[in-house]
Design a binder for this molecule. Structure first.
Ligand code: ZN
Length: 296
């Protein structure tokens, strides 16, 4: 409710486009109370969470993904959070939701605070980061289909926001593999990020995944890590970020460095390889097929 009270301190003149000119779907006079636009389900206050993987790891060990009892525990945690938001809504008249928060920095902070208190706990605080929301442990490589099946039950309990993502190698010559995952995801999840290697070195011409270093990323061919002559793009959390130009907190960097691909293949873009769906599907259908089979 602190957040709600803080928002209510605003007056329409603070943001006329939002409050006075109708961007919130209702026009207020400059002397009106902005609370009219927040109450009765017109706005959402979110309860965020992070680290369901670590919660179950604490009780069932670090490889619990196939354990129904462990999975039920993580779903029960989310149901408990959802129940709390429903109660707050009934009590206050404001709409609360459970949010699978991006945790850009919290991934580092929560883990660091727990490490100070509990020491280095295997698969929990020893990684220097906490796993985002309900995500599959980033260090493991289930197929994209297994990952989506595993994660699919969670967003229904966390409607305030979420993302699934899959890490791919270069799939320029095998777009059918991408399409197979997207087709599979379409009926199962609400929001899917696709991460493919697109880092670029302007010093030597390399395109693909840069290698993680202690603090950032460097070209695997020539070692270049100068943000003026390279372009590094990683999915920070929900959005894409450029960690060379804008470094991340330690824990987030460790988390990205720990991510593995969910399909086999090269992380270097071969400039000589054909690109595009027509090329790949037409010239080498068996390669496309094997990629899909490897995933399924
Ligand atoms: Zn280079």
């Amino acid at each position: 409710m602190f957040r709600v009270e803080r928002c209510k301190e605003a007056v329409p003149a603070n943001a006329p486009i939002l409050y006075v000119h109708g961007a919130f779907g209702q026009r207020l006079a400059v002397e009106d109370d902005v609370d009219d636009l927040f109450r009765n389900g017109r706005a959402t206050v979110s309860l965020g969470y992070i680290g369901l993987y670590e919660v179950a790891a604490a009780f069932f060990g670090g490889a619990w993904e196939g354990n129904d009892e462990a999975k039920d525990l993580t779903l029960a945690v989310l149901r408990r959070l959802q129940g709390a938001t429903a109660a707050w809504k009934a009590e206050s008249g404001y709409h609360f939701s459970v949010y699978s928060t991006p945790s850009e920095s919290l991934t580092d902070r929560f883990c660091r605070l727990d490490r100070e208190r509990f020491g280095a706990v295997t698969d929990i605080t020893d990684k220097d980061y906490y796993t985002n929301s309900f995500h599959y442990d980033v260090r493991k490589n289930p197929t994209p289909f297994e990952k989506l099946d595993f994660e699919a039950p969670y967003p229904a309990l966390a409607s305030g926001g979420f993302i699934h993502y899959v890490e791919y190698p270069v799939l320029r010559t095998n777009p059918a593999a991408l399409e197979a995952v997207w087709d599979y995801a379409y009926d199962r999840v609400g929001y899917l990020g696709t991460n493919t290697p697109i880092d670029r070195c302007y010093a030597c011409g390399y395109t693909g995944d840069f290698d993680p270093t202690a603090r950032g990323f460097a070209c695997p061919e020539c070692g270049n890590d100068d943000p003026r002559t390279c372009d590094v793009v990683k999915r920070t959390c929900g959005y894409l970020g450029n960690p060379q130009a804008r470094p991340m907190v330690h824990g987030r960097h460790e988390e990205i460095a720990a991510r593995v691909k969910h399909l086999p293949g090269s992380v270097r873009v071969d400039p000589a390889a054909p690109t595009g769906a027509a090329d790949a599907a037409g010239s080498n259908p068996s390669a496309s097929g094997s990629g899909v089979a490897a995933g399924g």
